[in-house]
Design a protein around this ligand. Structure first.
Ligand SMILES: [Zn+2]
Length: 300
């Protein structure tokens, strides 16, 4: 499970953004020792070869088209990119990335979210300490009902501003045209990730249905089809989510549970190996081999 791949090396607190040379090393390792298969092979009912691996990118960040895609083409590696078409179309970042980036980069020294039950924060000078505030706020907001978080996001924006222009933000999403271009390349498959990056388990079944349907309809309307794979935003879902996905024609869905996926397992709860900015090549190899999970025990 990847998110963004960037040419610039960000500090380790930007966990979602893997640095290009590190990504290249990881892809070379997969090319040499693993059988990288297209996501569609997960749902075609054919037996999988040993060491079968599917590479996924969540959120459809523009760095996937700009930085990762040329590497994938060079090494002829297939992958799946999970898109949030409404946000891509509006060129609005996913709010967690936006909040995180704003807090790490702001010149403000305090942030008062007392009216929203989050307390008051002194923003420290150290980037890593700042990132822990960003992570804590995002974690708290994710646990709240969807729709109740917009005033908090707005309050953060008003108090500390968005310090980077959207066109240079590392969390920028692909445009509609970039998604269409990627989808037209047989090496890339586009999967659904809701229309607005909604935490599905915190909304009504009706709202879940609307988010899933509108995501698929929008992508299909852009000529991107079939949409047979899905990724749960923030890894959250409930029993209703799976039924709705099946009814919408989705054949398999990936979660954020960290680990190796068994041959036999719920196709709507597929585990993945999380790769972030601080995943070194030896850890990457240990995770891919299964050794890491054998030693650590599988965790959520
Ligand atoms: Zn996501």
């Amino acid at each position: 499970m990847y998110h963004g791949v960037t040419r610039k090396r960000y500090s380790s607190c930007y966990w979602l953004l893997v640095h290009e040379p590190e990504f290249m090393r990881q892809m070379e390792h997969l090319t040499r020792y693993f059988n990288v298969i297209p996501g569609s092979r997960l749902v075609d009912q054919q037996p999988l070869e040993p060491r079968s691996t599917v590479i996924t990118f969540d959120d459809g960040m523009s760095s996937v088209a700009e930085v990762a895609a040329p590497i994938m083409r060079k090494l002829k590696l297939p992958s799946v990119c999970f898109a949030v078409p409404a946000l891509s179309e509006m060129q609005v970042e996913i709010s967690s990335g936006n909040i995180f980036d704003s807090i790490v980069r702001t010149k403000a020294t305090t942030l008062d979210l007392t009216p929203y039950g989050l307390g008051k924060f002194d923003i420290p000078g150290d980037e890593d300490e700042r990132s822990t505030i960003g992570i804590a706020i995002n974690r708290e907001l994710k646990s709240r009902p969807e729709g109740s978080t917009a005033p908090v996001v707005e309050a953060i924006r008003l108090q500390i501003g968005s310090t980077e222009r959207a066109d240079t933000s590392p969390f920028r999403l692909m445009t509609k045209a970039q998604l269409q271009k990627l989808a037209a390349d047989p090496l890339f498959e586009i999967g659904g990730h809701t229309n607005y990056h909604i935490t599905l388990s915190s909304v009504s079944d009706e709202k879940q249905k609307e988010e899933i349907r509108s995501c698929i309809d929008k992508l299909t309307g852009w000529g991107i089809e079939p949409i047979s794979l899905f990724c749960y935003p923030s890894g959250r879902f409930n029993a209703a989510t799976k039924t709705i996905l099946e009814q919408a024609g989705i054949k398999a869905a990936v979660a954020t549970t960290d680990g190796l996926q068994d041959r036999i397992g719920d196709p709507f709860e597929m585990k993945r190996i999380s790769v972030g900015i601080d995943t070194g090549i030896y850890e990457f190899k240990a995770r891919m081999s299964g050794l890491y999970y054998a030693l650590m025990g599988e965790t959520k």
